[in-house]
Design a protein around this ligand. Sequence first.
Ligand code: ADP
Length: 347
Amino acid sequence: MIVGLGCFAIAAKFSSPRMFIVRLEQLEKRGIFTVRSAHTYLVEGFNNAWNHGALFSLVIGVSAAGGISYLASQRIMRPLKQMEAITQEFAGGNLTERMPESEIPELNQLGVSFNSMASSLENVEQRRRELISDLTHELRTPLTVVRGYLEELADRSIEPSEELYLRLIRETRRLERLIHDLQELSKAEAGYLSINLRKINLIPLLESLVTRFQDQLLEEGPELTLSYPQDLPCVYADIDRTEQILVNLLGNAIRYTEKGSISVTATKENRQVWIAIKDTGIGIADEDLSYIFERFWRADPSRCSHSGGTGIGLAIAKRLVELQGGSIEVTSKLGQGSTFRFSLPIA
Ligand code: ADP
């Protein structure tokens, strides 16, 4: 439009007057310059000049508009075709495909969104593969132990004993625990773990749990203490899920602390109540801290196989805390102890 109008303006301003003057000069040369005789000639000349101008504008305008449209459509179509090819590759299973940057901001934005979706899908796929390989590993170990013993019992190469049966029971319990934990984790990760948020008073829950765990501790084992301010506010949480988190954290603290102390402390900070479980146990190495909440992660798998650990407990605890609108943190020093703390919103 702009090119067309521009041409028209140029024709009207320069070309048409110029042609008009040329016509007048021709008229003068012929020597017949009376207004009457020149009238038709002048009108004809003016029409001619306009027609030329309009034609000129039309041709330039149409070719410019056509050319620019062609270039613009090529500029849009090329990356769109490329995007189509990439999405087809992606759908075909090549999850590493990514959109290149585009100089058109809208397409660039589309590419960025696609790439972030692709990364999260790739992540999910990666986690799915890891889960399957972790699972097969976790299931195979106790099953191999049980089958081994049963075979030896069958061909009488070992004598049945109480200790042997207890070992078999321990391995089957481990399988049971693993399956139970997995079920909880998959529900928590899929987001359909029922969470019944209500206003709850944490004090009775903490007291009953600490008493329960104190009873389990051996005399020479760690000392378990509880402290909280008298005016500890109520929280908005699910009492069963909060208990589940506490049982997990306390269970770990006891499992990994041979002697010293384990303290449970509840404090109010801003709009949240933080519950910290601090132990003087074996601690966790700095480089391991970032993996601690990942499922199946264990600082030393061989160390935990006898303690029945599956490495799922903290992954579930983290998800449960998040589902209740809180967050979970850990600080630890190898050989000195760990502090796990999580928050719940004040009601
Ligand atoms: P597990 O059932 O193996 O205890 P968790 O997810 O609860 O699974 O814990 C994962 C790993 O984190 C454990 O195997 C252990 O190595 C480490 N861990 C958890 N809590 C503690 C703690 N209080 N002290 C030292 N290490 C811990």
